[in-house]
Ligand binder design. Sequence first.
Ligand SMILES: [Zn+2]
Length: 352
Amino acid sequence: MAKASDYLVAMCDGHGPNTAGKRTPYIASLGRSIRENEFNKPVVNMLEGELKRCGFRTLQTAPTDADTGLTARTNAANAAGADIYISVHFNAVSHSFGASTAQGFSVHIQAGSSNSSKAYKLAKLAVDELAKGTRQINRGVVKQNLAITRQTRMPAILVEGGFMDDEREALLMIDPAFQREVAQELAQAVCKYFGVAYVGGGSLSTTKPVTVARDYVMEDDRGPAVSAMQSDLNKAGASPKLVVDGIFGAASTRAVKAFQTRYKLTPVDGIYGVKSASKMAQVLAPAPPEKEANTVAETTYKRVAQASASLAAGQEWVIENAISDGTYPDRPLTRAEFWETLRRYNATYVRK
Ligand SMILES: [Zn+2]
């Protein structure tokens, strides 16, 4: 088996923390936006730790918070004779949530690379590892003309961990469990690429995918959260009714999409997340009790109100004509009382 120490892995965090535009839209639940670097940097640091533990030599081409240019990054890797290069990013196609439905991870290599190239082999291994963890759309290996992949003289990949303009994925960026998972997956891909044994660290399992606490359920999920969702969708009028079996299948996806469409939630992706769940809570909330006057404690209104000439005259008239007994003059009329008043007035005065 190859020795890890024979290899130098270069890596970088994509952009500096202050690079313009590289951030998520404003996230109301956080009260701020998330910078792309808040994902890239910790993942690169963890990836470096993982690779060092496995015995690799490593080089961060932009280890500081300074805004290091792309050419400076690739020059450093070329000068050091790195064997591979990994650049960690988070994608975006717009600056607002809901403007696009794009989501998922992808691994990019230089345009024109063949599927038998070393870069493709590394990228494919990375994609396959990333697909094992947190459920995301797998956008696969993408061939593109990028400075990092073009200017490096070694096989280079650019990893996009998700989309900053997808609210669910944006929140994953600052989830330490997700960051660690991505770093581990990339480290395992590197080990496979070089034919080196992956050395897992601490309590982190190397055989089963890391499970990340998440606030959404989607197709193929199972368990009580799925049952609860199915039951709620039924209560909210899902048609046809779902079987509440805790298995998120195609019928559940259709019902979630119908719910999202009905309540104008975006994107309509069939993933039952925070937006869908909070709308559901709103939809299923018991209606506030109607404020009928007759449900108000009698003590709120005085049985006999302040005397005034017009009140006295009116009071006398309704008592005389059997429309009311003249008590509680300040109390609002219910619709039922109003109807009855009209009926009596009509019967007594209009029909005659
Ligand atoms: Zn980026």
